[in-house]
Design a protein around this ligand. Structure first.
Ligand SMILES: [Fe+2]
Length: 236
């Protein structure tokens, strides 16, 4: 299975604080059946350039790869980013460099306030002018406002992709809403959004169980297949 959202890179953002912790997170993921994990460290425009972020990410990836060569048993790593929404992102032609692996799928963290039509238009412009498919990170967090929920549904209808965090399926609060979304759309992506080995550790195995039990194994297979197809797409 694939984990599409994680912060395991050491000292990159508010995620893992050491190579040791990163390796523990990766091993735990692997042991629960994750064979591919997308590294989605936070990218905040204005804080650093895309170029600096990529250099920093490559350094951390390299240090981790060197360290794990002897330890084995970790998932394959695909480089990506969790890009915080910003005004003007729709026209930022460097953004495709932060897409997941070689694809045109970009994980976007949306604002936590009530969205305006401009918010939707920015995401739309990512799709229309840059051919990027926005993947809305932890989509369950934006359902607080009716207006946002309505806009999410419109964006999904237009081709954006929902990413759901495991915790929303494990806990009671949003489980029913997320299961409904999964049953309706099926083409969603799942992520642990793991940050450490304490309160936010890899936990996708528990979400898989919930989906299997409540939406069926076939549904989980579709999600898995959808994720694989995305990762196989290349931006050539
Ligand atoms: Fe995240």
């Amino acid at each position: 299975m694939i984990d599409f959202h994680s912060h395991f890179l050491p000292n990159m953002d508010d995620g893992s604080k050491s190579i040791e912790e990163s390796l523990q997170m990766l091993k735990l993921s692997y042991n629960m059946g994750i064979d591919t994990i997308v590294s989605t460290s936070h990218y905040i425009a204005g804080f650093e350039s895309i170029e600096d972020f990529i250099n920093r990410r490559n350094e951390r990836l390299e240090s981790l790869t060197q360290e794990h060569e002897s330890s084995g048993g970790i998932p394959g790593i695909v480089a990506g980013a969790e890009v915080a929404f910003y005004s003007g992102m729709g026209g930022d032609d460097k953004l495709s460099r932060l897409c997941v692996g070689n694809t045109k799928y970009l994980l976007v963290e949306m604002p936590y306030y009530r969205w305006s039509s401009l918010t939707g238009r920015e995401i739309l412009s990512l799709m229309l002018s840059q051919g990027i498919t926005p993947v809305i990170a932890h989509i369950e967090r934006y359902f607080v406002y009716r207006q946002n929920e309505k806009m999410i549904r419109e964006l999904l209808d237009l081709g954006a992709v929902a990413q759901i965090n495991a915790e929303s399926l494990i806990g009671n609060m949003q489980r029913e809403k997320m299961l409904k979304l999964i049953r309706e759309r099926k083409t969603v992506l799942l992520g642990s959004d793991c940050h450490n080995m304490d309160g936010r550790r890899p936990n996708l195995d528990r979400a898989f169980k919930v989906i299997k039990k409540r939406a069926g194994g076939a549904c989980l297979d579709i999600i898995e297949r959808f994720g694989r197809e995305i990762l196989e797409q290349r931006d050539d």
